[in-house]
Design a binder for this molecule. Structure first.
Ligand code: WQD
Length: 334
């Protein structure tokens, strides 16, 4: 049953590529937009092989209205999911202008072109980094927001633009605040593979396990947490992808405004994740304690009740599955 076409910006990216497959599984067609600044072109062929179909892709910058308009001319567009953005907290302190340009101007361009094309259902990729870390965990959607980095602030501005567009012209939106997406599709051919040196924990753990990096630097072990290392809410990228489809379907069915945490509700420290990874995969991950990293917080864990109530979504996959799936994909990398 054809359910219409969805525009996915950042379709070749980590969460975008997994979401394309989840959309296909639920009967949607997809048109993707990507500039391949943080994804290999080869990801498109891998998505097609996993999904056994062709993926229509427009190569373009998300800030470019003409590229977006071209993508939105695909037949029967019923919604859009906007992933394309820069997403490193640490990097955002060094490349602040670029973060506002891509993340804020890009979101504005998506809003403008969707409105012109009459596309009313928009899912927005936001982040747990919008929250003020100085509040009790787990944090709910009504928690205090702060945006403690240019990255977090660029996401808060994006959320604000969506809410204003809803007031001004009836834009229906779902803001999804991801905690820490990790893992990979069980097929093993797509996963987290950022250009350049990875900054996120799971890809670094995989590099160390694959002997492509000698050891993991654990950024601080003097946080007020179970073992002194940073605690995060890791969530399988397959669960995150499925959350996008649930949210999109809710908008298409008429929901007007959603703002949801996407996590598991469980906190995991760096050392606990390393231990789980070693046990799940039978590998060693040598590490050394290093100084804290700029922008890091002690703990960030989601209250996930709202997503279950609003869109009937809860994460299903556990930490072992995240570790196994991440490692299976990492072993395919050169
Ligand atoms: C996790 C933990 C580090 C690397 C991410 C994304 C951000 C946003 C939120 C989507 C921390 C520690 C890491 C390393 C380490 N996601 N660490 N050594 O910082 O929570 O932010 O999730 O919007 O885009 O960056 O994730 O994986 O970088 O760090 O000790 O080499 O691992 O200190 O405690 P973070 P992360």
């Amino acid at each position: 049953m054809r359910r219409g076409t969805i525009l996915v910006t950042g379709a070749a990216g980590f969460i975008g590529s997994h979401t394309v497959l989840a959309l296909w599984e639920r009967g949607f067609d997809v048109v993707g937009l990507d500039d391949y600044s943080n994804a290999e072109r080869s990801v498109v062929a891998r998505i097609e092989a996993l999904g056994h179909r062709t993926l229509t892709m427009i190569e373009g910058d998300v800030r470019d209205g003409d590229s977006l308009a071209a993508a939105l001319r695909a037949p029967d567009i019923v919604g859009a999911i906007h992933f394309a953005a820069r997403k490193s907290i640490e990097e955002s302190f060094l490349e602040t202008r670029s973060y506002y340009d891509v993340n804020v101007a890009g979101t504005l361009a998506v809003l403008q072109q969707c409105q012109r094309a009459g596309v009313n259902a928009l899912v927005f990729s936001s982040s747990a980094t919008v929250y003020d870390p100085a509040q009790p965990a787990p944090v709910s959607e009504t928690g205090r927001t702060l945006g403690a980095s240019p990255y977090g602030r660029s996401k808060l501005i994006g959320e604000r633009m969506l809410r204003d567009a809803a007031q001004a012209n009836g834009q229906r939106y779902a803001i999804l605040r991801y905690f820490n997406p990790v893992g990979a599709h069980p097929g093993g051919s797509i996963g987290e593979n950022p250009r350049g040196r990875p900054g996120n924990l799971m890809p670094v753990v995989c590099r160390v396990a694959a002997r492509r990096q000698s050891q993991l630097s654990v950024f601080g072990n003097d946080y007020p947490t179970i073992d002194g290392t940073g605690v995060r809410d890791y969530v399988h990228v397959q669960d995150v992808a499925e959350a996008h489809v649930h949210a999109l379907e809710a908008l298409i069915e008429g929901r007007e405004a959603l703002s949801l945490n996407i996590g598991t509700g469980r906190g995991t420290s760096v050392l606990t994740l390393v231990d789980a990874f070693e046990r799940a995969n039978g590998v060693r991950v040598p590490f050394a304690i290093a100084p804290r990293r700029q922008g890091d917080v002690a703990a960030m864990v989601a209250n996930v009740d709202q997503a279950a109530l609003s869109i009937g979504w809860r994460a299903k996959r556990d930490l072992e599955a995240m570790c196994r799936d991440a490692w299976r994909f990492a072993q395919t990398l050169a």
